[in-house]
Ligand binder design. Structure first.
Ligand code: AVJ
Length: 323
């Protein structure tokens, strides 16, 4: 369904997935040997707020590092991309980072894609207000499953923007599949500006996902809160603990919820037993060497055109081109 309404000069397109996926995904994830819930369910209103707060924690280096890379290299990035492109931000959230590029990039139009409708509308309306010259589109969609552009946004100068190292949430095989879809969407000569978190000392990674203020723990536990609110479940939240660690062998940070005792969780009448210390796996955040990510991009049909990093090589922003 496409519902286009000119609201505060934002053109809105609704491709939001049907509700009901949450329950079936939870049941599916709980029936596996290693119980799991997809990290996409972190981002209800409260979860999105908590994630925003994570980004401001001193231990969580990715956000501020990426912002400083974008700031220091904005002109360089703009030169590479060229003027008058159609800029498509995937998982646009609060759309703060894109502002760093607008002034130097002068795109023809901007399209924010996000699954969280309220956040999306708020942030695209703000952009439309602050950049009155810019044509702003908001697409509510789960970009993992569909990357469909509204007809008005077709152009031979498409540039996707995928910041924050959200690509780290995909299994490497799925990352290739996803990047292939992005390549198809932007077409030959089209580009992808992407933030990729890099492999590094495990102490830095472990503290980034175990901030002293406990915000990441709250963010992780909030997924149980969300289940309580939206599904017919009975979970004692205080019987679960946050656990995050860098799995060096697999090159990823893992987040889990650890059951503190033997207990039974009831989901829509179905009893799900957990033994003491059993975990529910809630997230993987893959980290890459530059060479590893270049190989992955190549499998998807992208060539790495340029890489920008910080002095400590904590994080990278990369410009990929199709073909
Ligand atoms: C939004 C997926 C990039 O993996 O660092 C932050 C999410 N999880 N702290 C990440 C997250 C815990 C974040 N991504």
């Amino acid at each position: 369904m496409t519902d286009s309404a000119n609201n505060a000069s934002v053109c809105f397109h609704d491709y939001a997935p049907e509700q009901g996926d949450f329950l079936s995904d939870v049941m599916q994830g709980f029936s596996n040997q290693q119980k799991s819930i997809s990290p996409k369910y972190f981002y209800d209103q409260r979860g999105s707020e908590l994630f925003d707060e994570i980004c401001r924690q001193p231990e969580y280096y990715p956000t501020r590092t990426e912002i400083s890379i974008l700031q220091s290299n904005a002109e360089d990035i703009a030169r590479l991309i060229g003027p008058d492109c159609v800029l498509i931000e995937l998982g646009s959230g609060v759309s703060e980072k894109i502002r760093l590029l607008f002034d130097v990039l002068s795109p023809a139009s901007y399209l924010g894609v996000d699954i969280s409708k309220d956040f999306l509308l708020l942030s695209t309306k703000r952009l439309a207000r602050d950049y009155p010259e810019l044509e702003v589109h908001a697409v509510c969609a789960d970009f993992c499953h569909q990357l469909e552009l509204p007809a008005q946004c077709q152009s031979d100068r498409l540039v996707a923007f995928f910041p924050g190292s959200s690509i780290g949430n995909f299994e490497p095989d799925d990352a290739v599949r996803f990047l292939k879809e992005v390549a198809t969407m932007v077409g030959r000569g089209g580009k992808l500006l992407i933030g990729v978190d890099l492999k590094k000392d495990s102490d830095i990674l472990n503290s980034a996902y175990n901030d002293a203020a406990g915000v990441t723990a709250d963010f992780n536990l909030n997924i149980l809160q969300r289940m309580q609110q939206e599904l017919d479940v009975n979970i004692d939240m205080s019987s679960f603990n946050h656990r995050a660690f860098y799995n060096e062998e697999l090159g990823r940070v893992e987040m889990h919820l650890v059951s503190q005792c033997e207990q039974v969780v009831v989901v829509e009448g179905e009893e799900i037993p957990l033994i003491a210390n059993e975990t529910i796996h809630t997230e993987n955040s893959y980290k890459y060497h530059l060479g590893e990510f270049a190989d992955l991009s190549a499998l998807a049909g992208f060539r790495v055109e340029q890489i920008w990093t910080d002095a400590q090589k904590l994080f990278s922003v990369q410009c990929l081109v199709v073909g």
